[in-house]
Design a protein around this ligand. Structure first.
Ligand code: GDP
Length: 295
């Protein structure tokens, strides 16, 4: 991720370093290039504009321009602001309060929701938790089988959902199943659609209002760039998301969704999917990513 952005910024800052002392126009020119690089990385237009304005505010000041290493100072400001843009601190999953902890996975079809439910179960299991998987995607019958298979692979119990049942009933009945199995984190894999629609949202709202999950995680495909950002905004308005899991980031050279989702929707990215394998799920660290972008 961020390969092109990283290369472009390196070039811009190399030029900036070549100036020695910096004038306001040197900084403006560099920031113009940063803005273009962000837009090419598919960062939301408004986000890029606000980002540059913020950096300019901080960079065009006596302190930076008079310092012995003004270009370094500008680069540091860009790094800090990139980190801020992606949410600043890493946001861990909320496992507070009394068990069982209820996690609801939502997202569009094909985003990687079912796979991510399995990955998340494995991650929690490795942390010493006892996860329980609940296939509540009756829309795509193969999804139930898919989750059962994943559960068997990682040896995590899966609720025996009946595709003819109402998803809300499946979720409610799964609580007793989880309790019988002695599980402390319940992961509800809900239905997706090819696009955000009223019927999908109504079903998710019904599940949400009956079960009050403590995490509502949107699984979004990084490769879809600004579409993922719009999906995050739409789901957040309807359901109140607590976090985003951005999938397929290893195949996303641009990184626009990772850079824009937080700023546009206010929802933090908590985890990233970095491959098809079940252990390819990682916490999202804005500071490390900002460091990587700037080399
Ligand atoms: P769902 O319709 O949202 O439940 O999507 P699935 O879980 O069936 O995933 C759709 C496809 O995306 C599958 O082929 C997954 O293996 C793949 N996938 C999910 N997460 C990742 C990821 O982080 N990286 C890659 N490369 N593929 C992923």
């Amino acid at each position: 991720m961020f390969d092109n952005l990283s290369d472009r910024l390196a070039l811009t800052f190399k030029k900036l370093k070549g100036h020695g002392k910096l004038s306001e126009s040197n900084i403006s020119e560099a920031l113009r290039e940063v803005r273009l690089a962000l837009l090419e990385a598919d960062v939301n237009y408004k986000v890029a504009k606000q980002f540059i304005a913020k950096i300019k505010d901080r960079a065009v000041g006596q302190e930076v321009m008079k310092s012995l290493t003004p270009a370094q100072q500008v680069i540091k400001i860009v790094r800090d602001e990139l980190c801020e843009l992606m949410g600043g601190e890493a946001e861990p999953l909320n496992l507070g309060g009394k068990a069982p902890h209820l996690f609801m996975m939502v997202g569009l079809q094909g985003s990687g929701k079912t796979t991510t439910s399995g990955k998340l179960a494995l991650m929690l299991k490795r942390q010493g938790r006892n996860p329980y998987l609940v296939p509540a995607d009756t829309q795509r019958p193969a999804a139930i089988e898919q989750l059962k298979k994943l559960g068997a692979q990682i040896q995590v119990p899966v609720f025996d959902s009946d595709p003819a049942q109402d998803p809300v009933d499946i979720c409610i009945q799964s609580l007793a199943g989880a309790s019988r199995a002695g599980c402390d984190v319940i992961i509800l894999d809900t239905a997706g659609r090819l696009h955000v629609d009223l019927e999908l949202m109504a079903q998710l709202e019904r599940i949400h209002s009956r079960l009050h999950p403590q995490e509502v995680l949107l699984v979004a495909d990084a490769m879809t760039g600004q579409d993922a950002v719009n999906v995050a905004q739409a789901f957040h308005e309807q359901l109140g998301l607590t976090g985003v899991v951005l999938t397929k980031v290893e195949g996303d050279a641009r990184g626009g969704a990772a850079l824009s989702i937080r700023a546009v929707s206010q929802v933090p990215i908590k985890l990233v999917g970095v491959g098809e394998k079940l252990d390819a799920l990682e916490p999202f660290h804005p500071d490390r990513l900002a460091g990587r972008i700037l080399g």
